[in-house]
Design a binder for this molecule. Structure first.
Ligand code: ADP
Ligand code: ASP
Ligand code: MG
Length: 415
């Protein structure tokens, strides 16, 4: 008997029939004596529908009210799933984020979880109830409803698992685990039986939306055993290791880095845009003068390159989230005038492709394999950034599929 937190994503609860299937699955775990806390997303497409409703009223809806609206999607699914469980004879209780008291900061639309009251959850578990919690939402200290950012139900699940010290947090989705890359882009992608926490963190932060990055951060901070698996496959109770992908922590892996695959996966991100300021006077403090005002406008910067100066001027390029392109371009145009720069160019037809692997630490030549493979396909690299366990390149958007497929083959990830 174990305490398991199970999270079901939008596709897994996309119709009432699927919700009934989820109830059947939870029943199998209850029947073998497990205590279950369930976290659900809104039915697939629902959060997008709510966003467009808001946008039909205002392009910049009031943030507090926007969260009140967005949180309703999950309230529908908790009630339906609890009904389905009760119908099957499993006592279940649904709770919104604020009822559980998932305390967050007040950053509407991207709130962070600060604390979860476990007392009430324990009381229900002790009474043998299945607890069904609305993902993606919480409440701030003034009682305002908050939401946690797209994909935030993953984070709700991991945070609850951490608070309850659950034996495992299972993230059920529409693929049967974490793959070497998005199987919708590369059909030959293979499922990883396990992936290190560090690699998963990189994959998530570099654009693999299979897990929200904050969920992975939480799992790391509190050592929550985390597994990604399919809500459409039968659970394999005889060999639980065979289910999905386990996120491992290095201390419990026996494998040394030398034995690790060089590259575990390929991530990509379609959400970035590139800004270039041309002909900036090349003098000390230029980077600060350009990026300072961007930071002051609360715009996050990802990659940065500054070219070697010629004729006393230099060019400077950086990337931001696509949603921030317009605002960043406005700020940068002002800076350009102040600095006497020649021109500002914005480009949202770019993507970032990254290879990730802890094996990279102990092997040379990975970068050249990557660049050679891209060159052979005629894919021009605009920007490069590296860390110990990843290499990212920015390329034209039209090369996304080709680039990911090429790298997947170059690093033999299909086997
Ligand atoms: P859910 O609604 O269950 O939260 P998401 O759409 O958020 O599901 O995440 C699952 C999707 O993540 C998959 O359908 C897949 O297209 C995508 N994905 C991206 N990268 C990967 C990867 N490396 N492994 C598996 N799935 C991935
Ligand atoms: N329903 C929210 C979304 O679509 C949260 C989630 O599914 O995790 O982003
Ligand atoms: Mg998701």
């Amino acid at each position: 008997m174990a305490l398991i937190v199970q999270k079901f994503g939008g596709t897994s609860v996309g119709t009432t029939e699927r919700i009934e299937n989820v109830a059947d699955r939870i029943g199998l775990f209850r029947d073998r004596g497990d205590d279950i806390v369930v976290v659900v997303s809104a039915m697939s497409g629902e959060t997008n529908r709510l966003i467009s409703l808001a946008q039909s009223i205002s392009q910049k809806p009031n943030e507090r009210e926007f969260d009140v609206l967005l949180s309703t999607g999950e309230q529908v699914t908790i009630a339906l799933l609890s009904m389905a469980l009760n119908k099957r004879g499993y006592e279940a209780r649904s709770y919104t984020g604020s009822q559980v008291h998932i305390l967050t900061d007040s950053a509407h639309n991207k709130a962070r979880i600060l604390d979860i009251e476990e007392k009430n959850l324990r009381t229900d578990l002790d009474k043998g109830r299945v607890i069904v919690v609305a993902g993606f939402q919480g409440v701030d200290e003034d009682g305002n409803i908050t939401t946690l950012g797209r994909g935030g139900s993953d984070t709700t699940a991991v945070a609850i698992a951490a608070a309850l010290k659950a034996d495992e947090c299972q993230i059920y989705t529409d693929v049967d685990g974490v793959y070497t890359t998005d199987p919708r882009v590369v059909p030959e992608a293979t499922r990883l039986e396990k992936i290190t926490f560090e690699e998963m963190l990189e994959m998530a932060s570099l654009g693999s939306k299979v897990l929200q990055i904050r969920a992975v951060e939480f799992a790391g901070k509190y050592s929550v055993p985390l597994r990604v698996l399919s809500s459409f496959d039968e659970p394999n109770f005889d060999d639980e290791g065979a289910n999905g992908t386990l996120i491992t922590f290095e201390q419990d892996g026996e494998e040394s880095e030398m034995e690790q695959a060089l590259i575990s996966g390929i991530a990509f991100n379609r959400d970035e845009a590139k800004l270039t300021i041309l002909g900036v006077p090349d003098e000390p403090g230029v980077a600060y003068k350009i990026l300072g005002p961007i930071g002051d406008s609360n715009i996050e910067i990802d990659m940065i390159i500054q070219n070697i100066g010629a004729d006393g001027t230099t060019d400077f390029t950086f990337t931001v989230h696509r949603n921030d392109l317009e605002a960043a371009q406005e700020v940068l145009t002002n800076t350009a005038q102040e600095l006497g720069a020649r021109e500002v160019i914005g480009d949202d037809k770019i993507v970032k492709i990254s290879i990730v692997g802890v094996g990279m630490r102990s092997h040379a030549g990975i970068a050249s394999t990557m660049f050679k493979a891209l060159a052979e396909e005629g894919i021009n690299i605009n920007m490069i950034s590296t860390s110990e366990i990843k290499i990212s390149v920015v390329v034209d958007e039209k090369y996304l599929e080709l680039g990911v497929r090429t790298l997947h083959a170059a690093f033999d990830l299909a086997e």
